[in-house]
Design a protein around this ligand. Structure first.
Ligand code: FAD
Ligand code: MLT
Ligand code: ZN
Length: 470
């Protein structure tokens, strides 16, 4: 690899060992789903905000664009470089420090490269709860969670990553550092910069640190697994769960039979309950501030009424934490089971909860007509109106050929139905490159124009993650 003046400058900033070249970049340039392979000029691994700032400045001087990356678990191909070999991939993973814990303010300030699971653990050790939870938590970073405004399985109670954040530190496109880590719950001094950077997928600035909220730990958490006959019944169960549990409802996930069949087939040791006899299963979680027995009583009353009203055909309440963990593990294994089955076509959509049953019924029908035998793998955060409406090649079919032939047409069917029902084509994963060309068809022209103006104002030379989102 030729040592360009830029590479030499980057080596001076972060040290030679932290500028990776050639084969050493391999794990950074392919997306999690193994669909796309990019090529980087180099991977640079700064260890501090000051180093990030200097890296951005020398790249800006050289006119070389930067792709920020955290854990590289994103599902929309936004964190890998283009295949030109001309972009610098900036990995935040070395930045792992906990900068401060403020128990009275109930906040924790961390570097952007802290892995989500480690953040959860450190908050737990401090006596609090950090509620963001998702299948990739063992490798995604809090910087990546913020850059994508990740959702996950606790949104119904605690909100998206945006709602958990009270402050950011960001390196701008010209290498300045904006320090906004005060951790204030109220601050109306003009435009909300924090919320502008959250969800911007690395296109407006590089998040180097964040101040996140910590929450009181619940006294008890209970998990139930239920068999439900239809999606209407699942929506009715959600409404009933809100009534019975109020703010104690912390999780409400739906999984269709096909999704659970894939988990059963790839991970039979997980012993998926009830899936063979039920078109849908729903996983519910209650977090109670009083006691386990109080939570159990609430849960039992809810499930009794749901069974009386035939919303639920069968139910189990986990007896202990291990059982609860095992049930959640089944839910979190769907994405992996889908990947093990072969490349597939994903849609991460949101709709008003009340529209979901009709949306699924008509979209299922249209897709079955388009691709006979198509496997419809439907699951997700029903409590937030967010479905992962995914599809897989017919049983025994060629997965790659299925994706190559039908991805576009399937996407059109799904997104047109989303539009008709008043939904969004990206609920939580973001736009990246995967949905970039769809966005103009599904977002208002005024909104798009404003987004282009913001991008031009904050990154006039288009150096931060160009070609992503817009
Ligand atoms: P990356 O993948 O590295 O990057 C994602 C985007 O953010 C890219 O555009 C990148 O350029 C940008 N970026 C990363 N770090 C920074 C930074 N410090 N500053 C600026 N830009 C940055 N997502 C959900 O929302 N909910 C889920 O339930 C969920 N479940 C998942 C389950 C599995 C098994 C997998 C593989 C993924 C799942 N995801 C989910 C998607 C993914 O985990 C999230 O998008 C996560 O927030 C990405 O974090 P990351 O550190 O891996 O970011
Ligand atoms: C999840 O909720 O498990 C992921 O966001 C979904 C996916 O893989 O589509
Ligand atoms: Zn999800």
């Amino acid at each position: 690899m030729m040592q360009t003046p830029l590479i030499a400058a980057l080596q001076r900033i972060v040290g030679e060992a932290h500028v990776l070249l050639g084969d050493a970049t391999a794990q950074y340039v392919t997306d999690w789903r193994q669909r796309t392979h990019g090529q980087a000029l180099c991977v640079v691994r700064p260890g501090s905000t000051e180093e990030v700032s200097q890296v951005v400045k020398v790249c800006a001087q050289a006119g070389v664009s930067i792709v920020p990356q955290g854990g590289n678990t994103g599902l929309v191909e936004g964190s890998i470089p283009q295949d030109t070999g001309q972009q610098v991939l900036l990995s935040l993973r070395r930045m792992q420090a906990v900068r401060a814990i403020d128990a009275h303010n109930m906040t924790i300030t961390v570097d952007a490269g802290v892995v989500l699971q480690s953040l959860q653990k450190q908050v737990d050790e401090a006596g609090f709860l950090f509620p963001l939870s998702l299948g990739a938590e063992g490798s995604c970073t809090i910087g990546g969670n913020l850059a994508t405004n990740a959702g996950g399985t606790q949104v119904v109670r605690y909100g998206n990553t945006r709602d958990l954040c009270l402050g950011l530190e960001v390196v701008t496109a010209d290498g300045q550092v904006w320090e906004g880590l005060q951790g204030l719950r109220k601050d109306n001094t003009g435009y909300d910069l924090r919320n502008l950077f959250i969800g911007s997928e690395g296109t407006l600035g590089i998040i180097t640190a964040a101040t996140m909220r910590m929450y009181p730990k619940p006294a008890a958490q209970l998990t139930a697994w239920t068999a439900v006959p239809t999606l209407e019944a699942a929506s009715a169960l959600l409404a009933l769960a809100h009534q019975h549990l109020a703010s104690a409802l912390t999780g409400f996930e739906v999984m269709n039979q096909q999704a659970l069949a894939l988990v059963d087939s790839h991970y039979p040791h997980l012993r998926v309950p009830m899936w063979q006899d039920s078109p849908f299963c729903v996983l519910l979680e209650a977090s109670d501030s009083e006691s386990e027995s109080h939570a159990r009583t609430l849960f039992e009353r809810l499930l009794e009424e749901a069974m009386e009203q035939e919303m639920v055909a069968d139910a189990i309440i986990a007896e202990n934490l291990k059982q609860a963990h095992d049930l959640w593990h089944i839910r979190e294994s769907i994405t992996l089971a889908q990947a093990a089955e072969g490349v597939n076509v994903k849609h991460d959509i949101s709709l008003p909860v009340s529209r979901i049953p009709a949306f699924v019924e008509e979209t299922d029908e249209a897709l079955r007509a388009l691709v006979p035998g198509i496997r419809l793998v439907n699951f997700g955060h029903l409590g937030d109106g967010n479905l992962h409406y995914n599809t897989q090649a017919p049983e025994g079919g060629d997965a790659a050929a299925f994706v190559a032939q039908f991805e576009g047409a399937i996407g059109d069917v799904v997104y047109q139905a989303v539009l008709r029902h008043g939904g969004s084509i990206s609920a939580e994963h973001g736009i990246g490159t995967l949905k970039r060309d769809k966005l103009p068809h599904y977002k208002s022209p005024v909104a798009l124009q404003l987004m282009h103006r913001i991008k031009a104002a904050l990154d006039p030379d288009n150096l931060l993650n160009p070609g992503r989102v817009l």
